[in-house]
Design a protein around this ligand. Structure first.
Ligand SMILES: Cc1ncc(C[n+]2csc(CCOP(=O)(O)OP(=O)(O)O)c2C)c(N)n1
Ligand code: SF4
Ligand SMILES: [Mg+2]
Length: 340
């Protein structure tokens, strides 16, 4: 059988420390995101890692609306808006078009990065099928980056499939007269995509609080070839209801409490990295999830029982999952079975 033909990718070696990161910016000033918006930082780091020969597509959401106010934009590289649920199909279509134009000699042959970003609403809810389809096309080089601020933020903080258990959103108020909390657990998006798309060469989780690590994951995902997926957890001062100066710290706490494990699946090999690796290897202890929850107004209604429940779920993730923090299957014949 013929090998699958992909275009060559750019040589994007990892940055060996923050001093090696170039000064050039391809996502600049002029955007109108909230103060302390980590998703804006993700855009800046993502395209800094990718470099100037990059096309970015973005689905509807804060990172579209606040970054491209009428007649202005912060993007220095070519950028295009895509429909809310279509980052997967738009990214795939762009990669396919580039390949066809180069094959027909209508464009100079050169490696061009294609990145399609989406929010959690646009990617993990509405656009899940398009992302899944894209990850089954190994002949196209395209990175899907999901920036996860855990709500439909742009339309005023509605609940998404990625909103954590019990969080207050405009669609899940905790109730005044009667206590009323949503009880859904966040989807395991990166694990689902890694497990479900065996031909995809790279799936990773990142957090912009660890900027160099994050940029290096973007670089790997772009360099490895074929369709790839990166999931970023992004503290959002407006939706999570905290002082903007805490954004960086909340990203760190998400990792240190074990809520947000940092890992990558590269050519089918799973590697934990950063603080997550330290936790898994018992070099550092997970911080109590209380430290993370109580810094955010969206959990202000939590009772001690709610916090204990949340902590128990995180403990299960680390102690009982088949691959801790990554694959939520429970081992058969374990003493403690999951609740029926
Ligand atoms: C098909 C469709 N439905 C609804 C909307 C309205 N809408 C615009 S942005 C948005 C929120 C998107 O949430 P998310 O993808 O999480 O991005 P965020 O706003 O959080 O950055 C919604 C519902 C839309 N633009 N298109
Ligand atoms: S609502 Fe959240 S994601 Fe949107 S611009 Fe503000 S901080 Fe950023
Ligand atoms: Mg969102």
């Amino acid at each position: 059988m013929d090998a699958i033909e992909t275009l060559p990718t750019q040589q994007l070696d990892p940055f060996k420390g923050v001093k090696k990161v170039p000064l050039e910016e391809y996502f600049t000033s002029g955007h109108r995101t909230c103060q302390g918006c980590e998703s804006a930082l993700v855009m800046k780091l993502m395209v800094k890692a990718a470099g100037p020969r990059t096309i970015v597509l973005g689905s509807t959401g804060c990172m579209y609306v606040a970054n491209t106010t009428y007649y202005s934009t912060s993007w220095v590289v070519p950028w295009m808006h895509t429909q809310l649920g279509s980052s997967g199909s738009a990214g795939l279509g762009t990669a396919a078009a580039l390949k066809a134009l180069m094959r027909k000699g209508k464009m100079k042959e050169e490696p061009i990065n294609v990145i399609a970003f989406c929010g959690d609403g646009g990617g993990a809810d509405m656009g899940l099928s398009a992302i899944s389809a894209t990850l089954t096309h190994p002949q196209y080089n395209v990175l899907i980056l999901l920036y996860d601020n855990e709500s439909y933020a742009n339309t005023d903080i509605q609940l998404s499939g990625m909103t954590p258990y019990g969080a207050h959103t405009t669609f899940s108020p905790p109730g005044k007269a009667k206590r009323l909390m949503h009880t859904r657990w966040k989807k395991n998006m990166a694990g689902m995509l890694a497990a479900g798309h065996p031909e995809t060469k790279y799936v990773g989780t990142v957090c912009a609080s660890y900027a160099v690590d994050m940029m290096n994951r973007v670089r790997k995902a772009l360099m490895i070839g074929g369709p790839t997926f990166v999931h970023s957890l992004d503290p959002c001062p407006k939706g999570w209801d905290y002082d903007p100066m805490l954004s960086h710290e909340l990203g760190e706490l998400a990792v240190e409490t074990g809520i947000w494990p940092l890992y990558e699946v590269e050519n089918r090999v799973l590697k934990l990295y950063g603080r997550t690796k330290g936790i898994a290897e018992k070099r550092s202890k997970r911080k109590p999830v209380r430290d993370y929850l109580l810094r955010q107004g969206r959990f202000a209604h939590f009772t001690d029982d709610d916090i204990d429940y949340f902590q128990a779920k995180i403990d299960d993730m680390w102690e009982k999952w088949l691959i801790p923090g990554v694959i939520p299957f429970w081992k058969e014949l374990e003493k403690d079975q999951p609740p029926a």
